[in-house]
Write a protein that binds this ligand. Structure first.
Ligand SMILES: Cc1cc2nc3c(=O)[nH]c(=O)nc-3n(C[C@H](O)[C@H](O)[C@H](O)COP(=O)(O)O)c2cc1C
Length: 327
């Protein structure tokens, strides 16, 4: 048990919840809820909120929740506390993804230093500057993923780069009809409010005959106010991989993803994702079929230096995501 002096007051608990809720999530569905108390925060999965038709549905929920877990750890460090993280702590409750509690040890300064990036990070679906992310910085991001037990595989050599790019394009043509309809409904073609405003979707890509590596989430939807843009020809691409492919690994993958994204944000590098080949079981196999691969692909990242910064994507209010007190 932590020393009573380490107990979190109501304001500090709210800081944890706000940080956790700022994490990236599949289609901004925020498939989570939280229980906060003096000892820390529980992160619960809420799979009913996320798209169900893709082969990646369960993974995407765990990856999203893992990113929320990482932000909670960062916030605890900011609050001057050490953190203990238990992933899937109760065998009888698979929706309890993780418990992050105050530990009787000093905060991790590396995590504390990332706190200022939690609210600044954005998924950026606008064109980036033509420069590649330098190799030294990619190494730093590799280390960030490695700290969390994952591998960030930079696609920095041919033919691997073109091979994965081709899979990204192929996935856009072959997407399952039900998955496409689910996505369209979430983005404004359905009855509910859209999960993402058009400012967050970025412009409709043009100018590259075979399609850029940016994913147009609203492909085929006629949403007013988007505009069009030419994207960088050769974005920096990387695949986040985990050695195993089970819920514990996906939660680790989500924490690694957020650590990479916060480190990148702090250095002026933005990211968007081209996960469409990972949402199809066969294409996902192909993404990982390179001789040099380390493990199972969880996220495909497009990294670069932004020209435009989108607004923060909306979040559900704290009252809605907080399902109670006392972890
Ligand atoms: C598991 C997962 C998969 C995602 N897949 C994609 C994707 O394929 N394309 C994309 O543009 N964004 C993708 N995203 C980013 C989310 O859409 C984004 O986090 C969400 O809209 C919230 O916006 P924010 O990251 O700016 O806070 C993904 C995020 C997660 C966690």
């Amino acid at each position: 048990m932590p020393h009573p002096a380490h107990a979190l007051d109501a304001q500090e608990q709210s800081t944890l919840v706000t940080a956790a809720a700022a994490a990236p999530s599949v289609l901004n569905t925020q498939p989570w809820s939280f229980t906060a108390g003096p000892r820390g925060i529980d992160v619960h999965a809420d799979p009913g909120r996320a798209p169900a038709a893709t082969a990646s549905a369960a993974r995407d929920v765990h990856l999203s929740c893992g990113a929320a877990v990482f932000n909670a750890r960062v916030a605890l460090a900011r609050l001057g506390r050490g953190a203990r993280t238990e992933v899937l702590p109760e065998a009888g409750d698979p929706l309890l993804v993780a418990r992050v509690t105050v530990a009787d040890e000093p905060p991790d300064p590396e995590l504390e230093a990332l706190y200022h990036c939690v609210g600044r990070r954005r998924t950026n679906r606008y064109p980036f500057r033509p420069q590649a992310v330098p190799a030294g910085l990619m190494l730093l991001l590799y280390d960030a993923a490695a700290w969390e037990g994952a591998t960030l595989r930079a696609l920095d050599e041919e033919p691997e780069y073109q091979r994965v790019l081709t899979l990204i394009r192929k996935a856009a043509w072959t997407e399952d009809e039900r998955a496409r309809e689910d996505r369209a409904a979430l983005l404004g073609a359905g009855s509910g409010p859209p999960v993402l405003p058009v400012e967050n979707l970025g412009p409709v890509p043009r100018g590259l005959s075979e399609g850029p590596a940016v994913r147009d989430l609203a492909d085929g939807l006629d949403l007013p106010g988007r505009g069009t843009a030419t994207f960088e020809q050769h974005p920096t691409l990387a695949v986040l991989e985990t050695a195993d492919d089970d819920p514990v690994s996906w939660v680790a993958g989500g924490q690694a993803l957020e650590r990479v994204l916060l480190e990148a944000t702090g250095r002026g590098v933005a990211a968007s994702f081209a996960n469409q080949p990972l949402e199809d079981a066969e294409l996902r196999e192909d993404v990982s079929s390179s001789a040099a691969h380390f493990g199972h692909p969880q996220m495909v990242l497009r990294l670069g230096y932004p020209l435009t910064v989108p607004p923060a994507a909306p979040r559900r209010p704290e009252a809605e995501v907080l399902r109670g007190v006392e972890p």
